[in-house]
Design a protein around this ligand. Structure first.
Ligand code: AMP
Ligand code: ZN
Length: 114
C-alpha cells in the first residue's frame, strides 16, 4: 500500500525509532508518546483494522501479542506492568489504517478505560 504510512515505515522509506523486527512484525516508538514507554507493534502485511481480521489471521494476531511481550521485556516493564491497546475504526480512535498494537508502560497508567 504505497500511501500507507506504516507500510512506508516497514519499507524503510520513512525513518522510525525501531526496537524490533522479524519476518512478520516491526516495533518502533510512537512519535507522540502517551507514556514513558509507548511502542507500536505492527504486522508487516497490510491489514486495515482488527475488525477485518478472521480465523485466517490467528497466527498473525497471536504473534502480535507475543512480540509486544518481548518488547515489554526488552524495555524492562514486564514486571512493573503495561497495557496493550488496539484501536479499531473511527469510534475506537484509530488514526492510521494499518493494524497495530500500542504497548504502553513505564508509569502507573490511568484507571480510565474509555
Ligand atoms: P491509532 O490512533 O491507533 O491509529 O494510532 C496511531 C499512532 O501512530 C498514534 O499514536 C501516532 O502518534 C502514531 N504515529 C503517527 N505517525 C507516526 C510515525 N511517523 N512514527 C511513529 N508513530 C507515529
Ligand atoms: Zn499499510
Amino acid at each position: 500500500m504505497e500511501d500507507c504510512l506504516f507500510c512506508r515505515i516497514i519499507a524503510g522509506e520513512i525513518p522510525s525509532d525501531k526496537l524490533y523486527e522479524d519476518d512478520g512484525f516491526i516495533a518502533f516508538r510512537d512519535i507522540n508518546p502517551q507514556s514513558p514507554v509507548h511502542v507500536l507493534v505492527v504486522p508487516k502485511k497490510h491489514k486495515e483494522r482488527l475488525a477485518d481480521c478472521s480465523d485466517n489471521d490467528k497466527t498473525m494476531l497471536s504473534g502480535l501479542l507475543l512480540v509486544a511481550n518481548k518488547v515489554a521485556r526488552d524495555e524492562g516493564i514486564a514486571e512493573s506492568g503495561y497495557r496493550v491497546t488496539i484501536n479499531s475504526g473511527p469510534e475506537g480512535g484509530q488514526l492510521i489504517y494499518h493494524l497495530h498494537l500500542h504497548l504502553m508502560g513505564g508509569h502507573k497508567l490511568s484507571d480510565q478505560m474509555g
